[in-house]
Design a protein around this ligand. Structure first.
Ligand SMILES: CC(C)(COP(=O)(O)OP(=O)(O)OC[C@H]1O[C@@H](n2cnc3c(N)ncnc32)[C@H](O)[C@@H]1OP(=O)(O)O)[C@@H](O)C(=O)NCCC(=O)NCCS
Length: 164
């Protein structure tokens, strides 16, 4: 029987064991230790949120369904500083618009009830695909900091202006 599935965004917390393990596995696969996000401690903060884009793949029976994390994003929302800490799409799902959808979803969450302000993020200068993805969603490069992620690992700070 062909697999069928429905996609959805879900918020995950430090108690979402299954999804959190999946996210941590992807994080380990795609980011070097110096860039890895500490989900265990950071998700305990009420100002830090993590969303996943999940596909529920069904096997032959409902009992055998296999939830699958396609993408995830993390943001933090202090009073004066809104920041996207992480955006990642599993390799096999890239170039299908999931990165942009995930990014727009978290921008939407941050901008709820806000009429002005900015959202920023840091991205390694060698992450060309991510930089293009952010530029396409109206993030503007503001500064480059040498050795931000470690020796010879420069990064760019990009900023998005919240529109009323
Ligand atoms: C960056 C990333 C999230 C993009 O996800 P994605 O689902 O492939 O992105 P989208 O399909 O929404 O593409 C959005 C835009 O990004 C750019 N882009 C993404 N992948 C690209 C590629 N392989 N080559 C060229 N441009 C690319 C394009 O401008 C694209 O727009 P287009 O399709 O109209 O040309 C994904 O490549 C990824 O997870 N990379 C590794 C982790 C990472 O670098 N995260 C960011 C640092 S925090």
């Amino acid at each position: 029987m062909a697999a069928k599935g429905a996609d959805c965004f879900i918020e995950i917390t430090s108690k979402s064991f299954f999804y959190l393990e999946e996210v941590k596995r992807l994080e380990k696969r795609y980011f070097p230790a110096s860039e890895r996000f500490d989900f265990d401690s950071e998700l305990r903060r009420s100002s830090t949120k993590c969303y996943c884009y999940v596909r529920e793949k069904h096997g032959e029976t409902v009992e055998r369904r296999l939830p699958c994390v396609l993408a995830y994003a993390v943001y933090s929302q202090a009073k004066m500083k809104k920041r996207i800490n992480k955006l990642c799409v599993a390799h096999e799902y890239r170039r299908n618009g999931y990165g942009t959808s995930m990014l727009h979803h978290v921008i939407g969450q941050i901008c709820r009830n806000l009429k002005e302000g900015t959202i920023d993020l840091w991205v390694g200068v060698l992450r060309e695909h991510a930089i293009r993805c952010y530029l396409k969603s109206n993030f503007i490069p503001m500064e480059t900091v040498r050795d931000y992620y470690g020796p010879e690992r420069d990064a760019i700070r990009m900023v998005y202006a919240i529109q009323p």
